[in-house]
Write a protein that binds this ligand. Sequence first.
Ligand code: UDP
Length: 463
Amino acid sequence: MEEQTQSPKRRRLVLVPCPYQGHITPMLQLGTFLHNNGGFSITIAHTRFNSPDPSNYPFFQFLYLDDGIPKHEAIPVDLIAVLLDLNVNCRASFEDQMRRLIGGGGGGAGEEVVAGVIYDEVMYFCEEILSDLKVRSFILRTTCAAASLARMALVRLNDEGYFPLKECMLQNPAPELHPLRFKDLPISLTTGFTKYPTLVKGMYNLETPIKAEAIIWNTMEWLEESIVAQIKSKSTTVPLFFIGPLHRIASARTSVLNEDFNCLQWLDEQANGSVVYVAIGSIASLGEKELGEMAWGLANSQQPFLWVVQPGAVRGSKWIEALPDGFREAVGGRGCVVKWAPQKEVLAHRAVGGFWSHCGWNSSMESLSEGVPMLCSPCFGDQKVNARYLSHVWRVGLQLENGLERGEIENGIKRLMDEEQGREIRDRAKHFKEKIEAHVKVEEDQFSSRTHLKDLVSLLSSF
Ligand code: UDP
């Protein structure tokens, strides 16, 4: 009898990012890793809105989802409303695209099969469609585990009558969420719990059983050991993979905006560890008064600074027209303001000694990975949880507790950058850099991201 040689199946993974920078970045990094290390073909199913330029990813296929949102603001006024709309509007085109994709391959030997779809937790509409189509699904969570746990607890706290939060409660510990206070919860402090429950319930399958094959987390198990243990005890049926920080696992240029590389030359001219890098991420905005307070806090600190102000981030201004009179003269060449920076390179630059940040999760991990201590100014959502952990658990940052006020900013920068006062924080930050370097390389340790990645690739390759 003639023996038939079977060529191995080619496996395709479809990745569905949420179309904002902090979510696009980890998904593209994960796709790059799985393409380079698991040999998977990758399709990115993206909204046309905010799409990365496909020509930067010649090895990925791009499909587009119709989001049906009439007017897109780069910095949305009501982010929750947009996210809820995406979960309704993208359904039809996603189903259509998936039917075409799975209809294309027969799954026989040598043919391509869709091994699964990895969707961002925010794009939870995918789950029902994939279940109907009998396509395996995987969830990517882009926050730290502590922020996820806090979000899941919001429904309980709401049922217990805590929302809207009363001013007098803000400093009190949040029940069962140590070390978070009510003010650190990932919810607006002034409004009630209105649209948010729908989003939280969808993201965390709070009302339906999880159908996904696995949940993938862009964080490190060793960093959040006790939180991870709590999460594991709640979801015993679904494998969990903690594979962060993804930017250290796969290098991919993921910025949707043009990065201004000239600022690296400006950094070259500054002394080692002297510069404060300032950035509030891609979707936070400021009022003119806050911009003024930031400006004078920086000017009065006497420290060199590199400041990212994204066009449109100052409400009512195109860019930095609202900077206060006298500011430019006060800082001269000591300050450099750009529209968007190559952040990872900036944080890795020898001249950068501190990061004044909104504490988005990607920014936090990028700073931890480079051993850069932080001044924490969370704006909303999970940033508040991250800031609390950075300053009180990992103790690599100082938190500005009273919003943006020039005196507090000046003091915070001085404490962080001063050789003596900032020494302990700087030493701890350096220690995290070393730990991260070790954990992205070493496979032996069961907590290391490398071990989780190896297991994830094995699971995906088994389908
Ligand atoms: N970023 C950048 N240049 C900038 C500011 C930010 O490349 O000038 C990147 C940063 O490296 C990070 C991402 O944008 O990867 C922001 O994600 P994060 O989760 O920190 O915050 P978000 O934008 O989601 O609030």
